[in-house]
Write a protein that binds this ligand. Structure first.
Ligand code: PMP
Length: 352
């Protein structure tokens, strides 16, 4: 067809399945198994729907203020978007506009190469080392930008702030994006490094630790200059990204720090218990600082376990990708859910 030559063709990102069956255990997309802050229900019920007639605040100012206060930064250092996917996509468009390849690990969030392809950004993937580690030396080469999650996904591996700082300080001519989607579950944030480095952008999400994947809220924190550039691109793309309910619910979530901390504590406790039990069942995994465990079994192929669990309506994530295709990414559900999963695995793995 003649028009096809003018079309942008892309290979899209494949999100995890979103099955919806009664009684299923859905531990495949790293959602929080607990509800978000209870105040959100009230805020939604009290939302004056006549306000929906109007466009929302283009700057999402109340949410930006809540986040700035919470993290002790200026409002000019905060940018919010429709999930961190939106924030990172905007950051790619803004900061990765050079001719040198951008760098990211070969095993990492599988959206990075999709955005790079979409925006025609050259990229080079940097192999992880043994035990899925990131080595700072690998990122000391010419590049047009750097991005990595810390802790990394889908491995769950956390690199110390020394490693992060070494990468940021070695690359003053590039923007380094640290995707902290999972940092609340036990890692250490790079926020303190912002005082020292003007090329660091930190991205966070409400989807995991704040149990709000359905609201689509993500944000970035960086210096004022980066935020201005990011906003210029956002306002050249779509001014009204954050809808009104997301803004008010986001503010409410940030207010209830006690609930946030209690939920995290519960999930971390479950994760530590599940680690021990999975080890007992013959699984090995890099130590996880996230709300998932990236596990491989000593004898049973991951694909087989994945299929068998699926037949039981237990959904975990399997990546059909060389190097990690014998691993399962198991999100941390409630204690009851994890008990059922572990009990089933115990029986199933005993059979052979
Ligand atoms: N970064 C990483 C590392 C992720 O795993 C995810 C979740 N898929 C995201 C960013 C995006 O999350 P969201 O758009 O829901 O904020």
């Amino acid at each position: 067809m003649s028009w096809e030559k003018n079309v942008r063709k892309v290979v899209p990102y494949t999100p995890g399945d979103q099955p919806n069956k009664a009684g299923m255990i859905k531990i495949n997309t790293n959602e929080c198994p607990y509800p978000p802050a209870p105040g959100i229900q009230k805020v939604l019920a009290e939302l004056d729907i006549s306000k929906i007639r109007l466009y929302p605040d283009t700057t999402a100012a109340p949410l930006v203020k809540a986040l700035a206060d919470y993290y002790g930064v200026s409002e000019k250092q905060v940018f919010v978007g429709v999930g961190s996917d939106d924030v990172i996509a905007m950051a790619f468009l803004t900061f990765f506009h050079g001719s040198e390849p951008i760098l990211f690990p070969d095993i990492t969030y599988s959206f990075y190469d999709v955005w790079a392809d979409l925006y025609r950004i050259p990229y080079e993937v940097i192999p992880l080392h043994e035990d899925f580690r990131i080595h700072a030396e690998d990122y000391k080469k010419k590049n047009g930008g750097i991005i990595f999650p810390n802790p990394n996904a889908p491995t769950g591996v956390f690199e110390s702030l020394d490693v992060v700082e070494e990468i940021v300080s070695a690359n003053p001519d590039s923007v380094v994006i640290v995707d902290e989607a999972y940092v609340d579950f036990g890692g250490e944030t790079a926020l303190p490094l912002l005082e020292k480095y003007d090329n660091l952008l930190i991205v966070r999400t409400f989807s995991k630790s704040r149990a709000m994947a359905g609201m689509r809220i993500g944000f970035a924190i960086g210096n004022e200059k980066l935020m201005k550039l990011l906003n210029d691109v956002k306002f050249s793309f779509n001014s009204y990204t954050m809808n009104l309910p997301s803004i008010v619910c986001g503010v409410e979530a940030v207010k209830d720090d006690a609930y946030f901390k209690a939920t995290l504590e519960k999930m971390i406790k479950t994760r530590e218990r599940v680690k021990k039990e999975l080890s007992g069942l013959g699984f090995t995994f890099p130590d996880s600082y996230t709300n998932f465990i990236f596990a491989t079994h000593k004898t049973k192929p991951a694909r087989e376990i994945y299929e068998t669990l699926k037949e039981q309506d237990i959904y975990v994530r399997h990546f059909n990708k060389p190097g990690i295709d014998n691993y399962l990414r198991i999100s941390i559900g409630t204690d009851e859910e994890m008990d059922r999963v572990l009990a089933f695995l115990g029986e199933y793995l005993k059979e052979r």
